[in-house]
Design a protein around this ligand. Structure first.
Ligand code: AMP
Ligand code: GLY
Length: 428
């Protein structure tokens, strides 16, 4: 099969890495890809959100399956356009992707289907939002309704901060149109977990649960980022809890979509807070999580191409797969200044050629090749993942590999995968 992967991050490199192992893969193309994907296939420069361009590549190269990594092309209708053209593509339609691209839609659907989530109110008028927030005396979260690349949720300790956040989004339009409508919701407490499912209509296959580290600094301090690391599996979600998440969250969400005439295909990512009152949805994403994917896929023993194809055309029940019992820990190496402004074009040294091991993976996120030299090309630069029989062992292997890699200003968290975190006070 000839496969086209859309996107350029660590998630896409991980997807390409495991697709490249498929016995059925003949040729791989990536739009636009990075220095890591260039070693696995042909990078095609271009805008991943340019649906017409993606279509023209798929036609020109006679692509058998297109796999969409990020949310923006999904929200822009890339799946709809490919389907109309009769080309197989992995991912949800723009309507289905509203679970991520329109948080108001997602909230309403959850409310209708009694899916547990934070209590919320929706505003597009600042004065109304301000008056409402002033009546609350608890911690609140203010969220942009639209896509905001991980910057859309502002967690506020005090109502006064929530008023400022509402002003920032609704009046100052700090996130543009994405923040023209906001959600003000109760702040939930507990431990977070990410549960991803491969979905084709009503059939779904739950992947083993992962945990993402969203905050920039050690001890979960500093601003939210796209994700500074992840591990899988997380003991915070055991088999019983996973079944509960399936029956109380996943199934009713898919039913709710079906009721609106929307069939979901692709990955449904459920971001959860494990509260004392049970698991509650923080957000849905309509794609693989980044960097969760870099800790999930190395443990998945199956032909990834079979799996993605089944989610596209049906037959998820028949795909044979199992899980590597080891833990995987991914540490993200970022550019100095991320998630705000950062420099690119910085040479990266000490990258192993190809680790060629089944327990160490260097996934490229923001990298590019300049005259044969790999240089930084984004905020999150690399995702280093190692497997180990225990989380502690995975941790020491991952950090040993991280320490070999050098680029000016490289920043990474040093506290990922500490075993205390599994039993710490955050645990629900
Ligand atoms: P979201 O983009 O909705 O996933 O939010 C990003 C991050 O903000 C989450 O991973 C949480 O850490 C935090 N967050 C979002 N909503 C809430 C909430 N209702 N209560 C507590 N934290 C939240
Ligand atoms: N790691 C969170 C996300 O992919 O949005």
């Amino acid at each position: 099969m000839k496969v086209l992967v859309i996107g350029s991050g660590g998630r896409e490199h991980a997807i390409c890495h495991f697709l490249a192992r498929s016995r059925r893969l003949r040729e791989l193309f990536i739009l636009p890809g990075n220095a890591g994907t260039a070693a696995l296939g042909t990078n095609i420069p271009g805008d991943p959100c340019d649906v017409g361009f993606a279509l023209s590549i798929a036609r020109r190269e006679k692509i058998d399956l297109t796999v969409v990594g990020p949310e923006e092309p999904l929200a822009a209708g890339i799946v709809d356009a490919f389907k109309q053209a009769g080309l197989p593509i992995f991912g949800p339609t723009a309507q289905a992707a509203r679970l991520e691209s329109d948080k108001v839609f997602a909230k309403q659907l959850m409310r209708q289907q009694a899916v547990p989530t934070a209590e919320a109110r929706v505003f597009d008028d600042y004065e109304l939002a301000r008056r409402y927030i002033a009546t609350r005396d608890e911690a609140l979260v203010v969220k942009a309704a639209g896509l905001a690349r991980g910057k859309g949720a502002i967690v506020c300790a005090e109502p006064a901060d929530a008023i400022l956040a509402a002003e920032k989004l609704l009046v100052k339009r700090a996130l543009g149109e994405a923040g023209a409508r906001i959600i003000v919701e109760e702040r939930l407490n507990g431990r977070e977990a990410s549960v991803l499912a491969l979905v084709h209509g009503h059939s779904a296959l739950l992947l083993e649960p992962a945990q993402d580290y969203k905050r920039l600094r050690d001890n979960d301090e500093g601003p939210n980022t796209g994700g500074m690391g992840s591990f899988c599996p997380t003991p915070a979600v055991d088999e019983d809890l996973l079944r509960q998440i399936e029956t109380q969250i996943l199934v009713p969400t898919l039913d709710g979509l079906a009721r609106e005439g929307i069939e979901y295909c692709g990955v449904l990512y459920i971001g959860l807070m494990l509260t004392a009152g049970g698991p509650k949805v923080l957000e849905f994403n309509c794609r693989f999580g980044d960097p969760e994917t870099q800790a999930i896929l190395p443990r998945l023993r199956c032909d990834l191409l079979d799996l993605l194809e089944a989610a596209t055309v049906g037959g998820l029940e028949e795909v044979e797969f199992s899980w590597d019992p080891r833990y995987a820990l991914c540490v993200v190496m970022a550019s100095a200044g991320y998630p705000e402004s950062y420099r690119t074009g910085v040479p990266i040294r000490g990258l192993p050629e190809d680790p060629g091991r089944d327990d160490l993976f260097i996934f490229h996120a923001g990298t590019r090749l300049v005259d044969g030299q790999t240089v930084t090309g984004g905020g999150r630069v690399l995702g280093v993942t190692a497997l180990g029989p225990t989380l502690a062992e995975a941790r020491s292997r991952t950090y040993a590999a991280v320490e070999q890699i050098r680029f000016e200003g490289a920043y990474y968290r040093r506290d990922l995968g500490l075993v205390e975190q599994l039993t710490g006070p955050q645990a629900a």
